[in-house]
Design a protein around this ligand. Structure first.
Ligand SMILES: [Zn+2]
Length: 90
């Protein structure tokens, strides 16, 4: 019934999601150090909801960057994320 531990755990998970999503934009722009990027990647692996949000954000970011003439295309990052998703299916 009223289980305070369950509530606090749920809250922790929410907190992880908030932290992951707050860094998604920096992650997409390759602005995070490798260690922080790993934390995001691990969370996306574990959390379907954030993976969905991440895919939406990455699609939007790619669209914006494609529409800009700047040559800073995050092709390697996109490839890395795609490789990560493929390897997670095994
Ligand atoms: Zn999450």
């Amino acid at each position: 019934m009223n289980d305070p531990e369950m509530y606090s755990q749920e809250h922790d998970e929410m907190d992880e999601c908030v932290q992951a999503l707050s860094r998604v934009h920096a992650f997409l722009r390759n602005e995070l150090v490798e260690r922080d990027a790993d934390i995001i990647r691990l969370h996306l692996h574990a959390c379907e909801r954030c993976m969905e949000n991440f895919e939406i954000e990455s699609t939007i970011t790619e669209m914006i960057q494609r529409s800009q003439p700047e040559p800073s295309a995050p092709a390697t990052l996109a490839a890395r994320v795609r490789a990560m998703r493929i390897s997670s299916r095994h």
